[in-house]
Design a protein around this ligand. Structure first.
Ligand code: SF4
Length: 440
């Protein structure tokens, strides 16, 4: 998502400068983790989408844009100006270079008729689809967005303002979102997110076959589903069948992501299965015991999860390349636990506790995807993260909200642990399972 947005931003900046028509060639260099796991993560393809000016929300899954560019050797920048473009020649994976600002760096250059550089920019994909220019690195998130009624940077600040105003975490986020755009739009966006997550589950369950890539992994979601159906019809379910269902929903979305299907970055693509699985758990089972209506409960779930995500963004990282999988599946687990606790009617303190428990037991989680593909260990890890989130919520809701470790402390610990992790364990496929389980 990040490289796609960076490329689209570059094309837009080129147009703003009136340079699109003069561009004869575009060169892209990917650095660090983007280069090392670029093939497995589909990064060159994402760059092509961006250069074409496509947006994730609107691109048609029925069109094979990448094959079209590869076979024609031509690319229409932002849909406006056609240039010669050979992916293997114009996109370089510079595995030997990591930029000092962030492990996910990329440079784009537009060259004119005489071969001179018309425009050049360096971008960083900092996690969850967010992109920053080199000049924006180091800025606080608040420095790049409009002010909102309830500013908070830490969980302590968030809890304090909720106490003072006598509101829930979801209520604070809702008010903030409503100050940036009409309330109807906020509600519409939340429903769209819910529907997109749900559709990814349903597609993942219904799609048989093999995932793309050298591992030739068989999709497991439809297999798990048919077994669950058979058990149900034979009346042979047991007390833990519910775990099988949560695993199934997470697998379905994670496999959709691995196959390039449409998923919601929550907080990243690699961890996109956790929130939908826990949300589906809420829809199927949790909401029966929730004080909220079905729709309100789903809204509360996602608004609360987004508040927790913003704390990790502000104080740590949601990038596997920066802090390992703690920042992806770990953060997704923490967001989902908090969202579920809120949707089940938990107090703000119980919500914080759920988020904290969920991250506490993901600390140190490395990122070592085999062959750089977001498949092993990623797909199973989404399922484990989803089940762990439900368990964290249950632990928190059985207490009164008081807890020993604060969410702020666990976020600081996650960031410190991530920074101390050897770089090879941060989305490089140079260590861990990536080298011990199989050589690609
Ligand atoms: S191991 Fe985790 S962080 Fe790394 S690619 Fe897989 S899901 Fe993402």
């Amino acid at each position: 998502m990040g490289p796609m947005r960076a490329a689209a931003q570059f094309v837009a900046e080129l147009a703003e400068r009136g340079l699109t028509g003069q561009t004869r060639e575009v060169r892209v260099e990917l650095y660090g983790s983007l280069a090392l796991t670029g093939e497995g993560h589909g990064t060159p393809g994402a760059v092509i989408y961006g250069l074409l000016g496509l947006e994730a929300e609107s691109l048609s899954l029925a069109i094979d844009y990448i094959s079209k560019v590869s076979s024609s050797g031509q690319l229409t920048l932002g849909g406006q100006h056609t240039i010669d473009f050979r992916p293997e020649r114009h996109i370089s994976l510079r595995k030997d270079i990591t930029l000092p600002e962030h492990p996910n760096g990329m440079q784009l250059q537009a060259l004119g008729e005489d071969g001179g550089v018309l425009y050049s920019e360096v971008y960083f994909s900092i996690g969850g689809g967010a992109v920053r220019r080199r000049s924006e690195m180091g800025l606080q998130p608040t420095a790049t967005r409009r002010p909102v009624p309830y500013e908070f940077r830490s969980c302590a600040e968030l809890m304090e303002l909720c106490r003072r105003e006598n509101i829930t975490i979801a209520g604070a986020v809702r008010r903030n979102e409503g100050s940036l755009r009409p309330m109807q739009m906020v509600t519409h966006r939340i429903r769209t997110l819910c529907n997109t997550m749900s559709a990814a589950i349903d597609r993942g369950i219904a799609t048989h076959g093999t995932l793309p890539g050298i591992l030739r992994l068989t999709r497991r979601a439809p297999i798990i589903y048919s077994r669950l159906e058979k058990l149900f019809h034979d009346n042979r379910t047991d007390a833990l069948t519910i775990i099988d269902w949560i695993n199934l929903w997470a697998f379905a979305v994670a496999e959709e992501n691995a196959a390039g299907g449409r998923v919601v970055t929550a907080p990243t693509m690699g961890s996109a299965g956790v929130l939908p699985a826990v949300l589906r758990y809420y829809e199927r089972y949790g909401h029966k015991e929730s004080p909220f209506s079905f729709e309100t409960g789903r809204e509360v779930f996602l608004l609360t999860a987004s508040a927790i995500c913003s704390l990790y963004r502000a104080n740590a990282s949601i990038s596997g390349a920066e802090v390992g999988c703690q920042g992806e599946v770990g953060v997704a687990c923490s967001m989902a636990a908090a969202g579920l606790a809120a949707a089940m009617g938990g107090t703000n303190e119980q919500i914080e506790n759920a988020a904290e428990i969920a991250m506490e037991h993901n600390l140190g989680l490395t990122c070592d995807p085999i062959c750089g593909l977001v498949q092993v260990p990623c797909i199973e890890r989404n399922a484990i993260g989803a089940v762990k989130a439900v368990n964290a919520t249950r632990l928190a809701l059985r207490g009164n909200g008081s807890h020993y470790v604060s969410l702020d402390s666990v976020i600081a610990t996650m960031y410190e642990t991530g920074r101390n992790l050897h770089p090879d364990y941060k989305e490089t496929a140079l260590a861990g399972l990536a080298t011990n389980a199989l050589t690609c």
